[in-house]
Unconditional design. Structure first.
Length: 240
């Protein structure tokens, strides 16, 4: 009777030689190729603005043409996949080009830095021409009362409705509500003594006025009374 065949010895060295990384390499070799959409950063590599017609300058111009509000250099850099420093240089170059400082004619529009961003505006020297076109037949302009109230808030902010009423001599509740609805003024806290709501202008106000900051307002403030001298009661005698 023959002896049973002993189990074949296991070659430990052979098993150990097949390291995890080798197995991973083999697994990857048998995997199907990844789809194009799975490539990392595919969206970011879809295009290079420098290779588009007109290059990066034209790309920045195109975005500025369609924006409805001021856009910052950081936003433009993010959208166009460009360094912020390069975008800031492009904006400065475009602004100079539109002003005619690079050898060309001055344009009918200009690029301004307003608030915290950049936006295209019609050229200031052509305001009369543009105003005649835009305002002809328009009835949605601010009333004289609204303009006066807005001026007081802009130059003496933060102010309460009562203080504005004291300057104008009339109740301004409805006018302030209108200005708030249009996004030109906003609540910015309360008076520490009376608790009345205080108002100030918004970034949208600066944008509509074409200003970078309140420091660029014309020097009208010296002609307005000091708010500390204004009674906090409105013309009706009720605190506001």
């Amino acid at each position: 009777m023959s002896e049973p065949i002993a189990d074949a010895p296991v070659d430990d060295e052979r098993v150990d030689d097949q390291r995890p990384e080798d197995q991973s390499t083999e697994d990857q070799a048998h995997r199907p190729p990844a789809a194009d959409g799975d490539a990392p950063g595919a969206d970011e590599l879809a295009f290079d603005v420098h290779e588009l017609p007109g290059g990066a300058l034209a790309a920045v111009e195109a975005v500025l043409m369609v924006t409805e509000e001021a856009v910052s250099a950081v936003q433009l850099a993010s959208v166009l996949a460009l360094p912020t420093d390069e975008v800031e240089q492009i904006l400065a170059e475009l602004a100079a080009e539109y002003r005619g400082e690079l050898g060309g004619r001055p344009r009918g529009f200009e690029l301004r830095h307003v608030g915290e961003g950049w936006r295209l505006y019609s050229a200031g020297q052509l305001a009369d021409v543009v105003g005649r076109f835009v305002l002809d037949g328009q009835a949605a302009r601010l009333t004289q009362a609204a303009l006066e109230t807005l001026a007081v808030i802009a130059y003496r902010q933060p102010v309460t409705r009562g203080q504005v009423s004291g300057v104008r001599g009339v109740n301004v509740d409805s006018v302030v509500r209108t200005l708030t609805t249009r996004g030109l003024v906003q609540e910015i806290g309360t008076d520490p003594v009376t608790g009345a709501v205080r108002y100030g202008t918004t970034g949208y106000f600066l944008e509509r006025m074409g200003l970078g900051s309140l420091d660029e307002l014309p020097p009208l403030a010296p002609y307005l009374p000091d708010m500390d001298l204004i009674d906090v009661d409105d013309v009706s005698g009720e605190p506001v």
